[in-house]
Design a protein around this ligand. Sequence first.
Ligand code: NAD
Length: 285
Amino acid sequence: MTKTKIIDGKALSQKIREELKAKVASFPSAPCMAVVLVGDNPASQIYVHHKMKAAEEVGIQVKLFSLAPVLTEDALIDFIRNLNADDNIDGIIVQLPLPKHMDSYRVVESIDPDKDIDGLCSQNLGKLFTGRPGLVPCTPLGCMALIKSVIPKLDGKRAVIVGRSCLVGKPVGQLLLEEQCTITQAHSHTKDLESVCKEADILVVAAGKPNLIQKNHVKKGAVIIDVGINRTEDGHIVGDVDFIGVQGVARAITPVPGGVGPMTVAMLLSNVVKVYVQKKLGQKA
Ligand code: NAD
């Protein structure tokens, strides 16, 4: 039985953050990221804390705006427009989910596309899908870096992506397509998920369903990227893949936690630096 390699997202993210830190140290000023947090969702507070800590460690200045959940959608959009107009702010994130009375799509669309470091507005997604340079969503960028750390040349590989959200599944599919992979986008209506997944040299799973992918879904030697984050009844965080079950079948797999999560944060910082380099230094990132 071949040993399955554990793809260490924490170590790779650390390496990327060190490279960003060195780059930022050479800049004439610190890049600045605005973080907009509406309400007091505990999970969002934790995510924001991680992003802020990581940003400050690489020398990116962070401005946190914690706004009351009673704010109207229009007031939030006005607030974002002021951040758009502020030359001191290079990148903006609005932590999702927003309170139920707000339309996330409309709010995300109000971010200046050139400052949209989450890469989620329709202009940036449109650029991605039409092959033009723009800001790319962070989790998909992280998935690609993890895949390339084990398969440097992706040309001609068969990739299956389980999930079709705009946040993860669709952009990952597009990025793999750009790398000349042949892709299949599977989702909740896919028939016979097992045979579909079994064709994959690269299997990216972003469904949010613990143990959805078992040993029998995996082709021998496949590389698995487990994007899922699920909390078990006993409080543990697990992915979408039966991590133990696929050992010895998969060639490599990302753990949860410690795989895609840290890479998402590293890629967010990379997007801030990209915006700064383009805007403030006038260079191509
Ligand atoms: P989503 O709910 O928007 O999309 C889930 C997708 O999975 C849908 O397209 C759906 O069709 C598909 N799906 C659901 N059940 C399925 C099934 N039984 N078989 C096949 N496909 C199925 O979720 P999302 O925002 O794309 O996130 C997916 C997962 O990734 C979640 O667990 C989320 O927490 C996690 N996530 C992790 C990170 C990270 O940084 N690690 C970032 C974003 C999302």
